[in-house]
Design a protein around this ligand. Structure first.
Ligand code: CA
Length: 233
C-alpha cells in the first residue's frame, strides 16, 4: 500500500500540534484542519485515506461531518471525543465512524488506533476485490460460501444468529459497531431491551471462538457502546 494520508481535524491548537508532531515523527503524511468546513474541503481536495476527527468543533456537528463524508467515502474515521460524551460517541459510530479515542489520550494509544485503521484500510481494499469468499483473521477462518467457521482448523458450530453476528463483525473487522447498529442489522430492530439478549449471544459466540488453553481474544466489548472484531494479520 502507498503511504496513507491522514487528515487531522481539531480546533484546539495544542492538541492539533501534539497530534501532527507525533504523526510527523512517525513519518506519516498528513493534512490538518481546525474547522468542520475546512475538513470537508480538504477531504475532497486531498482525498485522505484516514480521518482523525475531533467531535467538538466550533462550526459543524461531528455527526453531520461523518454523514456527509459517508455519502461518497468509506475511509476509516477515528473520532476523538471528550470523556463524558458517550452519547456523541455512539451517534458518531452510528453515523459511520469506525473507532474512537477519548480525551485525554496518550500518543501511543492514538498510534495504535491509527495502525488499526491502516489494517482496516487494507481490508476495505481486499473486500473490493471480487471473489472474496473467505475471511481469514489470525486463526479464525470464515468460509462465506459454505457458511462454515473454523478456529485453528477445527470447525466451530454456530447457531444461525451467532453466524450472522460473526459475519457482521467480520465484514466490519476493526470497526466498533454500536448495539443499535448490530440489532438493526441482525434482528431488524433496535429496542433498548434487546441489548441484554445481544450480550447473551455475544457471550456464547465468544466462548465458541475463544477456546483452548491459550485462547485468542477476537471480540472486544466496548461497555455501553458495542463490540468490535479485533483484526489480526
Ligand atoms: Ca474541540
Amino acid at each position: 500500500m502507498d503511504k496513507p494520508l491522514l487528515l487531522v481535524v481539531e480546533d484546539d491548537a495544542a492538541v492539533r500540534k501534539l497530534i501532527t508532531m507525533t504523526l510527523e515523527l512517525q513519518g506519516y503524511a498528513f493534512a490538518a484542519a481546525e474547522t468542520g468546513k475546512r475538513a470537508l474541503e480538504l477531504a475532497v481536495q486531498e482525498q485522505p485515506d484516514i480521518l482523525l476527527l475531533d467531535l467538538g468543533l466550533p462550526d459543524l456537528d461531528g455527526r453531520d461531518i461523518i454523514l456527509r463524508l459517508r455519502e461518497w467515502s468509506d475511509m476509516p474515521i477515528l473520532v476523538i471525543s471528550a470523556r463524558s460524551d458517550d452519547k456523541d460517541k455512539i451517534a458518531a459510530l452510528d453515523a459511520g465512524a469506525d473507532d474512537y479515542i477519548t480525551k485525554p489520550f496518550s500518543v501511543e494509544e492514538m498510534l495504535a488506533r491509527i495502525r488499526a485503521a491502516i489494517r482496516r484500510l487494507g481490508l476495505l481494499r481486499e473486500v473490493k476485490e471480487p471473489g472474496q469468499a473467505r475471511f481469514v483473521n489470525g486463526e479464525l477462518l470464515l468460509d462465506y460460501a459454505a457458511g462454515c467457521v473454523y478456529v485453528r482448523g477445527e470447525e466451530v458450530h454456530l447457531t444461525p444468529i451467532e453466524y450472522k453476528l460473526l459475519v457482521l463483525l467480520a465484514r466490519n473487522a476493526g470497526k466498533v459497531l454500536t448495539h443499535a447498529y448490530i440489532l438493526r442489522e441482525v434482528w431488524g430492530s433496535a429496542l433498548p431491551s434487546d441489548v441484554a439478549s445481544l450480550r447473551v449471544f455475544m457471550v456464547t459466540l465468544r466462548k465458541k471462538l475463544e477456546q483452548g488453553p491459550e485462547p485468542v481474544h477476537y471480540i472486544q466489548t466496548h461497555v455501553g457502546i458495542g463490540y468490535r472484531l479485533i483484526r489480526y494479520e
